[in-house]
Design a protein around this ligand. Structure first.
Ligand code: TXA
Ligand code: MG
Length: 323
């Protein structure tokens, strides 16, 4: 589709109808989910999905999550299992993505799966995302709505700051409540944690009754998007900092008060919801470095630390690897 002007769509029946029209014609619409804003296109339409990669400047080997309205819609596209059913019953809609075998008759574009024989599926909880998926009545491939390698957007304004003029429309919902991307669980022979995220790993382990293994590594990622350099602000990051050095701004947490503090009371949910907005804001101030207070490695702290470590990692040669 032609781009140029990005339409701002109100979160109303009229805005949703316009979004469905654009998606049906192969266009791209950014929409809020409870985790971060997604950049949606019809997961069955190769040209539409190519448009996502083009807008983001995303490496094409990186597969996308198919967003669906409910379990019934997920089952059209993946080979379902008892374990998937238990997990979906407990955690959907919500910030959990399941990677399952792709059904041969799914009709999903191989640009969505990047040629893999598995598909990542997720049922977002955000009411606007739910309304959009029900009205569209099909799977939406949707990576985070940011230029590849940059910080994920948690407001419509973040989306426009990165992609204005590069996509057809944005549904103007409010700020995302969870603030970090979904937890990704691979359901092969054994469940494998592919990415810590908005659903605490402890909740999954409690349900599975066993500790979760983590698949792959930064060198050989089992989830291709898990390249180390990712979620990068322009400023360099220094982690586990108690104070700022010369030229740095301090991102605080708990007892460490900063220019921006993720949660003064040490609440990890509050901190996750504030994380990307704080990085966007500190980055916009043009600081050369961001010093980050220590964050405990439990609950949503695992997802926060994962994103911070990626943001702190040295950039890839082209500076744009990642999702
Ligand atoms: O919360 C979220 O998950 C957000 C919102 C928009 O839903 N989406 C998101 O998408 O974070 P994205 O594209 O930024 O990250 C998707 C991750 C990537 O790391 C990708 O490699 C992995 O999911 N992934 C997708 N399909 C996969 C598959 N078949 N096997 C393994 N990993 C897969
Ligand atoms: Mg992303």
């Amino acid at each position: 589709m032609e781009t140029g002007k990005t339409e701002r769509l109100d979160p109303t029946a009229r805005g949703l109808a316009r979004a469905v029209g654009i998606l049906g014609a192969g266009g791209r619409v950014a929409f809020p989910t409870e985790t971060v804003y997604g950049l949606g296109a019809d997961a069955r339409n190769g040209a539409a999905v190519a448009g996502i990669y083009a807008a983001k400047g995303r490496p094409s080997f990186n597969p996308l999550i198919a967003h669906v309205a409910d379990v019934a819609m997920a089952r059209r596209y993946v080979v379902w299992s008892d374990l998937a059913d238990r997990l979906a019953g407990a955690f959907w809609p919500g910030p959990l993505t399941l990677v399952l075998p792709l059904r041969p008759d799914a009709g999903i574009s191989d640009l969505t799966t990047a040629g893999l024989d598995t598909l990542a599926v997720r049922v977002p909880a955000h009411p606007l995302a739910q309304a959009l998926l029900r009205a569209f009545d099909g799977p939406l491939a949707a990576p985070s709505a940011n230029p590849s390698g940059r910080i994920s957007p948690t407001t419509a304004e973040h989306v426009l700051a990165g992609l204005d003029g590069r996509i057809e429309a944005v549904l103007m919902g409010g700020a995302c409540g969870v603030g970090v991307e979904s937890t990704i669980l691979g359901l092969g022979a054994e469940p494998v944690l592919l990415r810590p995220g908005g659903l605490p790993v402890e909740a999954l382990e409690a349900m599975l009754g066993a500790p979760l293994s983590t698949g792959g590594s930064a060198d050989a990622p089992s989830s291709p998007g898990q390249l180390l350099s990712h979620y990068a602000p322009r400023a360099g990051l220094r982690l586990e900092a108690e104070t700022a050095r010369k030229g740095e701004v301090l991102l605080g947490f708990g007892p460490v008060a900063g220019e921006i503090t993720l949660s003064a009371s040490g609440d990890l949910h509050e901190a996750a919801a504030a994380l990307f907005g704080a990085l966007h804001e500190l980055d916009a101030r043009g600081a050369s470095g961001i010093a980050v207070a220590p964050i405990p490695e439990r609950g949503l702290g695992r997802a926060i630390n994962d994103r911070l470590r990626r943001a702190a990692a040295p950039r890839d040669r082209d500076g744009t690897a990642g999702a």
